[in-house]
Design a protein around this ligand. Sequence first.
Ligand code: NAD
Length: 342
Amino acid sequence: MVQLGFIGCGNIARHHANYLKRMKDVNILGCFDVKEEAASSFAKLFDVKHVLTDQEKFLAIEEIQGVIVASPTYFHPAGVIPAAKAGKHVFCEKPMSMSVKDCHRMIEACQYSTVSLTMGFVRRYDNYWGAMNDIIQTGRIGRPVVWRSVGSFGGGPSHTWFCDAKIGGGPLIDGAVHNYDYALKMFGPAKRVYASMRTFDPEHTAFDSGTAIIDFKSGDQLLMCWSWGCLKNNSTTSVNDVVAMMGGFSHDTVPPPEGEDPDKRAAYCIRSRGDQKLYSFEKNDMFADQMVSWMQTIREGKAPVSTGRHALEATTIGLAVLHSAATGEVVDLDNLPEAMLK
Ligand SMILES: NC(=O)c1ccc[n+]([C@@H]2O[C@H](COP(=O)([O-])OP(=O)(O)OC[C@H]3O[C@@H](n4cnc5c(N)ncnc54)[C@H](O)[C@@H]3O)[C@@H](O)[C@H]2O)c1
């Protein structure tokens, strides 16, 4: 039986716990949250034996082999580093942290204690984004490509910390970090970042709206234009597509070709040289596959799919976006400004 624990017992913790509870050889033995109510309601839902509001006591539970760190982003290092020191394998939610230095400290702590560090970049398990990567890598729409993500998602997540400048950093780090990570997987190393952002909602201290452009060394580009600062429930239409000289496709999927099961498969419609072709792929549940993969890391020593190094690079892009927005500077990712290294 694999024994697990949680640091932070909010929304995403509950989402992961639902999947873990379905596994026969996994038990959630302990949970810790700074809020007693969050820890105890989590424990009730998932039948957890040890319920704590003291992290040291939680990490002293020897039987716990792995912990999920699902606290707000700024607090990730304060969970990951002591958990690694206590000899626990770590799964940490994205973004990695709110500073480049902290990301390095988290990686080093896990290396030093020889525990695995798996990062919650769930899109790495997503067949929907995987199919985007497959299409691009085949070269059928040409390179370089521009991946465009434009959307306004009302006032953003309900918990206010997401748009607190120190704790969550707003949409272009918290949510967009998935895109940075996946673009790094598809395009290779990034070259530079420039961003222009503003804050619509006066209760937010983070930039909640704006645009970032990330240029990759390959010549590919990612454009992120998001808002979490509009009136609640005031989401607008969104654009998520990939364009290149020889063609492109929207992320709005269409039913798969005739003969394929639409419950199991979906397709992208690729437009190229005046022609349209379907590219079909199997639907999956990325969160389920993510937890299965993490359990293989603990049980079998399988290398994590989403590593601390991946997370460091993606989080650095997010932090560079915020730096660029605050200063108006273009950030050269091979030569980070001093202010980002403190
Ligand atoms: N992978 C994804 O798709 C995804 C989705 C949502 C959230 N997240 C990430 O997961 C993390 C948590 O998000 P959430 O939506 O669950 O937030 P949440 O606000 O619902 O839950 C956070 C919990 O952490 C607790 N907490 C606060 N400070 C703490 C500390 N120092 N130590 C331990 N617990 C602490 C809070 O009391 C709360 O119960 C964030 O980093 C977020 O970006 C990832």
